[in-house]
Design a protein around this ligand. Structure first.
Ligand SMILES: Nc1nc2c(c(=O)[nH]1)N[C@H]1C(S)=C(S)[C@@H](COP(=O)(O)O)O[C@H]1N2
Ligand SMILES: [Mo]
Length: 383
């Protein structure tokens, strides 16, 4: 097979005029994705030198919803953008040594950018579909590659800035920056291609946004996990998958609050007999879906007072679950002391479903869903 040369690609659609316009939106999406990703990563850090805020309670719901929506919209944008530029892969290398060095550097940075972008979108989409065909830690890897990708993106924008500026300030039909052989009309006009691209990105947004925005639920074919589950809140890990059913339904269940050598243990009925508080708070999963519910239970702060734990204490929340990364989470002091943070016993006026964390679960404002620990059996205050 003969490798084609870039001169063999003749469509006028493959023009910097198109690339720059699609690239602008891709850049916007990547920037939002990067910033909201940093927020999500920080929110899941155990140590938070600057305390993650507990207000607004829906903050993480918005940032993580945006993260997954902009990531999904990036898929069609990236595909179109790559399609408009890939003939350049086949361009003859320069004979001039100095130019050649610059070309190699530029192509190297683009290779990093393309590989990073594809990795981020593919791993992110797989993760939001709860498909984990890998053995590395998703969060660590996605975070590291994000920095590499955004760095390569900045270099790319800096290198291309004159062309980007020129292309964006002239008409979309302008041919100034076209390859000399890209002269044949395409299957549709440049405007038509751009419109199709915006529609594809829009469809991708609608198809995912439904897992966060209730009125979009019915059009949300990709937001599969939304709206099902008891009280309209999806179930992430079921009691069966977490292997907690016998312990969670046993009459031997106790909630223990421990601080130093002080310990208090209570049955679920004893928890029910304490002052009950109701809060409307969302579960906002890192995978993008979110849903609000009215939770009723005992304030975590009230429970900590039973063992005289001082304000400003960090609390370890321990689940009945015996294995898995979320069987034990850290509740930072800002969350522990917030009056809206509950050990919930009920959802929408009904006892928690076993899958939602019966007999008791943590629910705190503005907290990634992954840290809203279910089947809680122990609150341990760090002394
Ligand atoms: N013990 C335990 N708690 C857990 C999990 C888990 O795997 N084990 N999953 C978390 C995740 S990822 C989310 S999004 C929420 C979902 O709560 P729900 O299933 O009640 O909607 O529970 C969290 N609590
Ligand atoms: Mo989650």
């Amino acid at each position: 097979m003969k490798v084609p040369e870039d001169t063999a690609f003749r469509s006028q659609l493959r023009s910097a005029a198109v690339t720059a316009r699609v690239g602008t939106w891709l850049g916007i999406c990547f920037t939002i994705c990067f910033v909201t990703g940093l927020i999500s990563h920080y929110a899941q850090n155990v140590s938070q030198p600057i305390p993650f805020p507990t207000s607004p309670s829906w903050g993480y719901r918005v940032t993580q919803g945006l993260h997954v929506i902009t990531g999904t919209a990036s898929v069609p944008l990236l595909l179109v953008k790559l399609w408009t530029v890939y003939p350049k892969l086949f361009a003859r290398p320069s004979r001039d040594a100095r130019k050649l060095v610059l070309e190699v550097l530029e192509r190297g940075s683009i290779a990093v950018l393309v590989a990073g972008a594809i990795f981020q979108l593919a791993s992110g989409l797989a993760n939001s579909a709860q498909w984990y065909p890998w053995s590395f830690s998703f969060r660590t890897t996605h975070y590291a590659i994000a920095w590499i990708t955004i760095g390569a993106l900045l270099v790319h924008i800096a290198v291309k800035l004159p062309i980007i500026r020129g292309a964006l300030t002239s008409d979309v039909e302008d041919t100034t920056y076209d390859r000399p052989t890209a002269t044949e009309p395409g299957a549709l006009s440049r405007r038509g291609l751009l419109r199709t691209t915006w529609v594809a990105a829009g469809v991708a947004v609608l198809a995912t946004a439904g897992s966060t925005v209730p009125i979009l639920r019915r059009v949300s074919v990709l937001g599969v996990r939304s709206g099902d589950g008891p009280a309209g809140i999806p179930i992430n890990k079921s009691a069966a998958a977490a292997k907690v059913a016998p312990a969670a339904t046993s009459s031997g269940y106790r909630l223990t609050v421990a601080y130093g050598d002080r310990e208090v243990s209570m049955t679920r009925d004893e928890l029910r007999a304490m002052e009950q508080t109701s809060e409307r708070l969302p579960i906002a999963c890192v995978e993008g879906w979110s849903a609000s519910g009215t939770w009723t239970g005992v304030r975590v702060r009230t429970l900590l007072d039973l063992v005289d734990a001082p304000r400003g204490s960090e609390v370890h929340v321990v689940s009945l679950q015996q294995a898995g990364p979320y069987k034990r989470t850290v509740l930072q002091d800002g969350f522990a002391d917030d009056d809206r943070t509950l050990l919930a016993l009920e959802l929408e006026g009904e006892p928690l479903a076993l899958d939602h964390g019966y007999p008791a679960r943590l629910i705190a404002p503005n907290r990634p869903g992954v840290l809203q620990t279910k089947w809680v059996t122990r609150l341990e205050v760090s002394a």
